[in-house]
Design a protein around this ligand. Structure first.
Ligand code: NDP
Ligand code: GDR
Length: 338
């Protein structure tokens, strides 16, 4: 029987890759979209299907993780076999400016969704498998390499909220026998990455620099190290977790780590430029508490899920630079045309 999935955060980077992946696997995909005065579905344009068309398998519903009643309704309408909770205020720096909002969406939002799923399962008698988008930020100050057994030490309101969501998910698994999994995903990037995360901020600026649209790039801490993978690889791991016989928690990472400075070097080398000629320091991009070094050990996911990353760091940087050079080229044409 073809399966049905419901995705929160479908308009985000991961939501768009996951929707694409699940459609390819034959799923019917429902997604929750926040109402806003402008369209937020740009990352889904290439897979959009008119719901009036016979055979349409992608359906979008207005909803919000802040609205428990709405979640109940979307669950009843979509009747999913699997729910992927990717919705979040996902920017670590912004979570220091909006800690209460971040906690409400990320922590209590997960709890609202778990409650809605529990109620739906009771009413329908049908099992719903649940994926929670956990983060390497939960490890925060704990020394690398980080595994499923590494203690959490969150360093931001975002990370603390993700820790709460992680334990809500474990608690619902243990209390109600729910098929609920935590993916503990390390940073993953792509040409669809939000433009204020450091990797995309760099490649986007580089594309504009090459086409004469910008001559400076302001950044914060260049010493932080991250385990950067490709988002397209990581959504496959989310799906694999929900296909197992029993629910569990898994680290998903490449097992390599690089500093922000090394990302800059790699990106600017693609166009044979020196980043030192363009990058300036701006303290506004520093965080009240920084996470210095994340480096994941995904042995468990590799052994039990048969998952491994296919795109390495160098290929990831090149992919993002190529994409943003093309964006810069198009922007230049528009600027020249007035
Ligand atoms: P994005 O920021 O690109 O996407 C976040 C999504 O959440 C968007 O669709 C956004 O909608 C939606 N959203 C925000 N607030 C709400 C709300 N109140 N109710 C419902 N939806 C909401 O994040 P990513 O795709 O990069 O990440 C996906 C998930 O994985 C997030 O939970 C993130 O915290 C987590 N994660 C990400 C990692 C990464 O490296 N990318 C690593 C580890 C975890 P809108 O478009 O309207 O803003
Ligand atoms: P992160 O990603 O905080 O790891 O969270 P981000 O790209 O924002 O920062 C990575 C590192 O770069 C340093 N940095 C800057 N960061 C930003 N955004 N802007 C800058 O100008 C800048 N200069 C230096 C940061 O200090 C940091 O050390 C991401 C998000 O996707 C989370 O949702 C996810 O959970 C984690 O990855 C895993």
């Amino acid at each position: 029987m073809p399966k049905t999935a419901l995705i929160t955060g479908i308009t985000g980077q991961d939501g768009s890759y996951l929707a694409e992946f699940l459609l390819r696997e034959g799923y019917t995909v429902h997604g929750i979209v926040r109402r806003s005065s402008t369209f937020s579905t740009e990352r889904l344009d290439h897979i959009y299907q008119d719901p009036h068309d016979a055979g349409a398998r992608l359906f979008l519903h207005y909803g919000d993780l802040l609205d428990g009643n709405g979640l109940n309704q979307v669950l009843a309408t979509s009747d999913p076999d699997e729910v992927y909770n990717l919705g979040a205020q996902s920017h670590v720096r912004v979570s220091f400016d909006q800690p209460l909002f971040t906690a409400d969406v990320v922590a209590t939002g997960c709890l609202r969704l778990l409650e809605a799923i529990r109620n739906r399962q009771q009413a329908s008698g049908k099992q719903i498998r649940f994926y929670q988008a956990g983060s390497s930020e939960m490890y925060g100050a704990t020394a690398p390499p980080q595994t499923e057994a590494t203690p959490f030490h969150p360093r931001s309101p975002y990370a603390a909220a993700k820790v709460a969501a992680h334990w809500y998910t474990v608690n619902y698994r243990e209390s109600y026998d729910m098929f609920a999994c935590n993916g503990i995903l390390f940073n993953h990037e792509s040409p669809r990455r939000g433009e204020t995360f450091v990797t995309r901020k760099i490649t986007r600026a580089l594309g504009r620099i090459v086409h004469g649209l910008q001559d400076k790039l302001f950044l914060g801490n260049l010493d932080a190290k991250r385990d950067w993978g490709f988002a397209g690889d990581y959504v496959r791991a989310m799906w694999l977790m929900l296909q197992q016989d029993a629910p569990d928690d898994y680290v998903v990472a490449t097992g390599t780590s690089w500093s922000v400075r090394e990302f800059l070097e790699q990106a600017f080398a693609v166009v044979d430029k020196s980043w030192q000629d363009y990058v300036e320091f701006d303290p506004r991009y520093l965080r009240p508490a920084e996470v210095d070094h994340l480096h994941g050990d995904s042995s468990k996911a590799q052994q039990q899920l048969g998952w491994k990353p296919e795109v390495d760091f160098k290929a990831l940087v090149a992919m993002m630079v190529e994409h943003d050079l093309e964006m810069g080229r198009k922007e230049r044409i528009l600027a020249d045309a007035g």
